[in-house]
Design a protein around this ligand. Structure first.
Ligand code: ZN
Length: 476
């Protein structure tokens, strides 16, 4: 490959602690404008910030989950820059001694596992929010000022937009597993900036890095990266170069648009924030957090394969979200038939959820109901096909499978006497098929089974119908 794409990411994640990072204001999305505020998060003179211990804990949890080295000594720094939504004129962040250094996330590619290295994870405060009105005014809401963030910075180890997407999905599901963030991109709890450029591997020439900002979904991020990859390659092949700049993705125009050119690297005049003592993190505390960390996605995947003997692919899908994995395990507890549970979830349940744009937590029925449905099929009370129809009704109405089966009279007919009556009638009406079958046309059997199923509105036990029909046709 002549051109190599180089992608690095910076991800800001809002932590779901109860209160903000330096004050006791509620840390909650939304709320009436400027009501989640106090002198500290408004940056009033004389107000003293106090670090919320839970923020450190959540940061350490993330560091452990991503294999980082947790610092025993760290500190808070002031990052100076001017922006209307940054009340103090500086952001309290971490410069040279971040809470976590290094680390990695593994992604699964078709040709094996790839390790994406992390540079660091640090804690910092979020800024307020500017609201631009149609009249041209800018209003400021400080509810978000002081919301705790971790910033995760990767090394430029990703070489395709797809690798970046896999990385982001793994990152998101891990953060959800360890319950440090709800990762709602639409509410800004997970925000991703992308650095991308392209290198000509023959000449070693590189384009200038483009920074992509304001991406509000993984889909938008992938589209923006694909667009930039193409743009950089084209310029490079024409002997030109890109401008070092920040661009945003325009969903309507389907392209990236210049936001601002980047001059010299901004000088943030970092300085230790004298409002804080140095932060000392005891090894014991790190160990305790490590001990209490919930099972991570890849561990859960390995356990599901081991414990339930399901295929690796299934285990991968089922562990994509913690809720889905929990739903699977709870259903197995009721049903005891892990393979069937996996098949039903991987098949009809996920397909219906995807089609409706819903998630597992939106289901109108629980694990017990799904287990009951599987039981009905396994016991032969309803056929597999009827089972799928029952599931559709459960999905729409939230009724139990028993209720649906009863209301619609769907119980499978496995009574030999009752089936024989129908079979005799079908044979009487289809004399030609009998002749056909006896002259060696096996297809006629399928047709007759179909007729019996039709006459019973799909309720006849298909195995029994098959067997009984064969016996009858081979009589005489
Ligand atoms: Zn406050």
């Amino acid at each position: 490959m002549k051109y190599k794409t180089i992608i690095g990411l910076e991800i800001h994640v809002e932590l779901m602690t109860n209160t903000k990072i330096f004050c006791s204001c509620t840390n909650e999305f939304g709320g009436e404008i400027n009501t989640h505020t106090c002198p500290v998060c408004l940056g009033l003179p004389g107000a003293m910030p106090v670090l919320n211990k839970a923020v450190l804990e959540y940061g350490i949890k993330s560091g452990i989950a991503f294999n980082s080295k947790i610092a025993n000594n760290t500190k808070m720094d002031r990052k100076n820059y001017f922006y209307p939504d940054l009340v103090k004129g500086y952001q309290i962040s971490q410069d040279e001694e971040p809470l976590c250094s290094g680390g990695y996330i593994e992604i699964e590619l078709e040709d094996g596992v790839k390790t994406i290295r992390l540079n660091r994870i640090h804690i910092e405060e979020d800024t307020g929010k500017s609201i631009h009105t149609e009249e041209g005014d800018s209003l400021l809401d400080y509810n978000r000022a002081g919301v705790p963030l971790i910033e995760i910075v990767t090394e430029p180890d990703m070489n395709t937009p797809e690798e970046a997407r896999l990385f982001l999905e793994k990152l998101k599901s891990t953060l959800e597993y360890i319950e440090v963030s709800d990762c709602k991109m639409e509410e800004g709890s997970l925000r991703c900036d992308i650095n991308i450029n392209v290198m000509d591997t023959e000449t070693g020439e590189r384009t200038n890095i483009t920074e992509l900002k304001n991406l509000n979904s993984f889909r938008a991020a992938v589209k923006a990266m694909e667009y930039e990859e193409e743009r950089h390659r084209k310029l490079l092949s024409q002997g030109e170069n890109t401008v070092k700049e920040t661009r945003r993705w325009d969903e309507i125009e389907n392209k990236t648009i210049t936001m601002r050119e980047k001059g010299e690297a901004a000088d943030f005049r970092y300085v230790v924030d004298g409002d804080f003592l140095p932060i000392i993190i005891e090894e014991e505390w790190i160990e305790e957090i490590k001990k209490n960390l919930p099972e991570l996605p890849h561990d859960k995947k390995a356990r599901l394969i081991r414990e339930y003997n399901i295929p690796e692919y299934d285990a991968g899908v089922l562990t994509q979200s913690r809720e889905l994995a929990d739903f699977f395990e709870k259903t197995v507890e009721f049903s005891k038939d892990a393979n069937q549970v996996s098949n039903w979830i991987m098949g009809d349940v996920l397909r219906r959820l995807n089609d409706a744009g819903l998630e597992i937590k939106d289901l109108k029925f629980g694990p017990k109901e799904l287990a009951d449905l599987i039981e009905l099929v396994n016991e032969g009370k309803i056929s597999n096909n009827i089972g799928k129809k029952v599931l559709r009704d459960m999905f729409e109405t939230g009724k139990t499978p028993e209720t649906i089966v009863k209301e619609k009279g769907l119980i499978q007919i496995s009574d030999a006497g009752e089936l024989e009556e129908v079979i005799n009638k079908v044979l009487l009406e289809n004399q030609q098929s009998i002749v056909d079958y006896r002259s060696g046309k096996d297809r006629a059997l399928g047709f007759l089974v179909g007729q019996v199923m039709k006459a019973t509105r799909g309720k006849a036990n298909p195995q029994m119908v098959n067997k009984m029909l064969k016996e009858k046709l081979e009589e005489e």
